[in-house]
Each structure stands twice: as C-alpha cells, then as structure tokens.
Design a protein around this ligand. Structure first.
Ligand code: ADP
Ligand code: GLC
Length: 486
C-alpha cells in the first residue's frame, strides 16, 4: 500500500509536541511492514535539511485575492520513508510554527490551506497514494478538498482518507469569510459539514469527510464522544461511531531508552539500575540545585504549558506539597500564566522547586532519566508520550486517570507487587495531593520501589503492534471508499 502522511510537524524536522514524535515514528514502522510511505511537511525556518533538492519549482494555489506559488523540496529517504516539504517562505519562514506567546498567527487558515492544497497538487505529479493519513486541524482540509473541489478529479476519486485526532482542543476555527478567500464553496457552511456556532471549523470538516477517524488511545476515543471531552464535536463523532477507533501511540525506543540515550550522564537498564544515580546528580546540577540530599525523591515535569496539562491543580496544592521531602524540576514553555506560576514557586522554594522555561530536548531526556517520579495531572490527555517514556526510564508516573494516561498506567498495588504508577480520577487538587503523598510514602520502601520501577521498565510500547492496527484501518478505509465512491 502507498500511504501519504500529511501533518504539520515531525521529528527531527519540526516539533512542538507529541504529534511530531508520532509522525516521526509511525511511518518508519509502516515502511518496516513493507508499505510505501511518503510524508509531506511544511518547510519551516526551524527545519534543517542536509541536502535539500527542489523537485517541483512552482505549484499554484489559488486564493480569491491572488494566486500563490509554492515549491516542493525533496528531503530524501530516511528509515525507508520519503520526505517532501512544501516551501512557501512568506508563510513558513517564521519564528514559530503556529504562533508566539502573544497568540496564534492571524493567517493560520491561509497557511495550512496552502499547505493542504499543495500536498494534493504535489501528489498528482509525484504519486497518488492508496490512502491519505492526515493529522489534526492543520491538515484537516485535505479530506475536505478531496470530497469538495477535487471530488470530480479522477486521480483522487478512489483514494481513501484516514484522519487522526491528536487533540480535540485545537480545531482550527475561523470566520465564515475564510471560505471564499480559500475558494471553498459556501455549501460547506452547513451544520452537517463545517459550520460551528457561526464559524468555519476545519477539524469538523475532517471528521465529516474522512473515510475513517482514529484517535490516539482507546479511552480518549470514548471520551471525545461525550460533552465533557468533545469540545462541541461529540455529536459529530458519536454520529459516526462505527468508523471511529482508538489506536494507542507507540514510542521510539531508539530515541527514548536509558540503555542508549544520547543525552544522559549514564546508561542503565532493568538489570543494572546503578547509572540512574549519576543521571539524577547531573539533572540536579543542570537545574542549579547544589548540595541536595540524593535520597530525596525528584519529581520531573516536561510539558507544554497549557491548561490541558492540569497546572491549575499543581498551583492549588504546591504550597502544601512543598512541605514534603522532595524536589520538583519542571521544563516547559507556553502560556505565560503557568510560566509565571513556576517562576514564583521557584522564588519561594529555591532549593525545592526549579524550573526552566524553554523548549530543550536534551534536558527533557535528562529529566526522564534522572527523576524518580514524573507528574502529569492532565485535565485531558489524548495519549501522552512522556508517561510512556518515563516507564522505560524507571521514573514512576503519577497521573490523572484520563485518556491515554489511564490506558498506559496501572495503579501500584504493594500487596501483589503489580502496577506501574499512581493515578487519581477526580480533577481536584486534593486528589492530586493525596496521590502524591501516597507515592512519596511508597518511595521510602526501596525494595518495593525498585520492583515498581522494573515493572514499568519491562513494559513494551514500541510501534509494531499499533502500526499493524493502522494498516487494518487503512484497509477498512479503502473498502469504505469503494462503497462511498460508487
Ligand atoms: P503533547 O503532544 O500534548 O504536548 P505528549 O506527551 O504527547 O504531549 O508529547 C510531548 C512531547 O513534547 C514529548 O516528546 C516531550 O518530551 C516534548 N516536550 C514538551 N515540552 C517540551 C519542552 N519544553 N522541551 C522539550 N521537549 C518538550
Ligand atoms: C497531542 C496530545 C497528546 C498525544 C500527542 C500525540 O498533542 O495532547 O496526548 O500524545 O498529541 O498523539
């Protein structure tokens, strides 16, 4: 099968969050199963290509005010996967991918509409796939275009489209005038298509027009069909529940494993945990915490600073948590509110709570390796990768039981010696605090704690099984397309 991935970020070329990890790792896993996989990405200022070769000099994308001409750059084959980049500097040669701390770029609709249309035009020349696999609102116009203005195009009539929701909280909402500007027909502006409370909703368009919809954990696929987690689109999903499924993200253990990690002070494994102490010492030094008692548990946080991640709970209980014997190290960037919160806490408890406001991949690895626990109290979490990385590093996750966090972490039961972490259900500061205290108490029993660490380290969340599930979904989508196209 030939599968074309359309997504807005991908490791190692561009990244703001877990989407990039997934788009970096799933295509090679599919290629290893014998499929042909091509990935199309925007060419951002941040994207560094070793040997870029322009392959299409001029692809025309019509907008109502004028035509725009972009080019396509060949990024080469990596791990059996072909990469192409849509190059249009006025849109993508910018400081950030989607916006700055001031807010989203105002022309995001135009930016990702140009990208989506250029992908279709490029495929016509470089190879029409059997299946498009699109991700999140930035590539949501691919299915919309396929079934609207490209619907009569024989090149695409039989091509299936699978859409993966990585996060319902980001939908791509724009005023109605965007439709004529993007030369999309007004008949898309109805409640059964893209209209959403008076605006145009890109994500809704993808949920309506894709042959199959997936999301990144089983639990989240159920949650988003409810009002609490559906962000207003629960009805759309519920209406097509037979063609919605959850496939858990895998992780790339070549990048995220304590046995081979390029960024950590030492290596370790379930059979020999001794290297973890050196990682912990190095981590504390990185955060400027000197003379700390290495017996104190270190709690790590690596996150986008966004409301999704449950920082309001941390803010509610941090003063009480700070009375406990522990150290918190946090790495993150995003909403100013949460940056300020951590900076304030650091001022108050300089030897107990340390923060680095930055995007820093090497430090993210050091936190996974050097911490004793990893805190992720998310309000909602489609899958979550950091808690899965933590398991591999013997860094015990403390999480809220939602979405992928619930699917990947099993509660520790000291009596049976089973379980991989600590989880709480209620979204309250009290529940978080009680669970943290339970974890801190469990940490005192060194022998039991090592068992808990090893339980997590021995889990396998590699991509192989999930990649096979995607192949089954692609096949199902192709069958459905044959029926839909007839
Ligand atoms: P999300 O995609 O919602 O941000 P995930 O847990 O799926 O959450 O993935 C987050 C990814 O982004 C992980 O690979 C994590 O290490 C990385 N990450 C998040 N924030 C930072 C940061 N400030 N510096 C470095 N890496 C980060
Ligand atoms: C999203 C989600 C996260 C998920 C990631 C990759 O950004 O917030 O939970 O792991 O996408 O699918």
């Amino acid at each position: 099968m030939h599968i074309v991935f359309a997504a807005s970020e991908c490791v190692p070329f561009s990244k703001t969050g877990g989407l990039a990890d997934v788009v970096g790792a799933l295509p090679p896993a599919l290629a290893a199963l014998g499929h042909r996989v091509t990935v199309y990405l925007p060419l951002y200022r941040q994207t560094k290509l070793a040997d870029p070769k322009p392959v299409l000099q001029s692809v025309t994308v019509p907008f109502d005010d004028r035509y725009r001409f972009c080019s396509v750059v060949d990024g080469g084959m990596h791990s059996g996967v072909q990469f192409y980049f849509i190059d249009y500097p006025p849109f993508f040669d910018r400081e950030a991918l989607y916006g700055t701390s001031v807010g989203d770029y105002r022309d995001n609709a135009e930016r990702f509409a140009l990208y989506s249309r250029a992908v279709l035009e490029a495929c016509k020349i470089q190879g029409v796939p059997d299946v498009f696999h699109c991700h999140d609102w930035q590539s949501a116009l691919v299915p919309v275009l396929l079934r609207s203005i490209y619907a009569e195009d024989p090149a695409f009539r039989d091509v299936a489209c699978v859409f993966t929701i990585h996060n319902m909280g980001y939908q791509g909402l724009f005023p109605p005038e965007i439709l004529p500007l993007l030369m999309l027909p007004w008949d898309l502006f109805t409640i059964t298509r893209m209209e959403f409370y008076g605006n145009v909703n890109f994500l809704k368009g993808a949920l309506v027009f894709s042959d199959f919809v997936t999301t990144v954990s089983r639990k989240y696929s159920q949650e988003i069909q409810t009002a609490e987690y559906g962000f207003g689109l629960e009805g759309v999903l519920h209406g097509r529940a037979a063609t919605v499924t959850g496939i858990l993200n895998g992780v790339d253990y070549k990048e995220w494993s304590p046995e081979v990690d390029k960024f950590t002070a030492a290596h370790f494994s379930p059979n020999d945990l001794s290297g973890k102490a050196a990682c912990k010492q190095d981590l504390l030094t990185q955060f400027g915490i000197t003379n700390a008692n290495l017996k104190l548990p270190v709690i790590g946080i690596v996150s986008r600073f966004a409301a999704q991640k449950g920082f309001d709970l941390i803010s509610q209980v941090m003063d009480r948590l700070a009375r406990e014997e522990m150290i918190v190290v946090a790495l993150g960037a995003g909403d100013k509110e949460y940056q300020d919160m951590f900076l304030r806490l650091h001022k108050q408890y300089p030897q107990k709570i340390a923060v680095k406001v930055a995007y820093d991949n090497a430090l993210a690895h050091k936190i996974e390796a050097g911490s004793d626990m990893f805190l992720m109290p998310s309000r909602y979490e489609p899958c979550g990768l950091n808690q899965i990385y933590s398991l591999k590093y013997g860094t015990v996750p403390v999480v809220r039981a939602t979405g992928g966090l619930d699917d990947t972490i099993e509660n520790w039961d000291p009596r049976s010696g089973r379980g991989t972490g600590f989880k709480f259900s209620e979204y309250t500061g009290e529940a978080l605090l009680d669970t943290m205290k339970l974890a801190l108490k469990a940490y005192q029993d060194r022998e039991a704690w090592q068992k808990l660490m090893r339980n997590g380290m021995n889990k396998d969340f590699s991509w192989n099984a999930s990649a096979r599930e995607y192949v089954r979904v692609y096949e199902r989508a192709r069958q459905l397309r044959t029926i839909n196209a007839a």
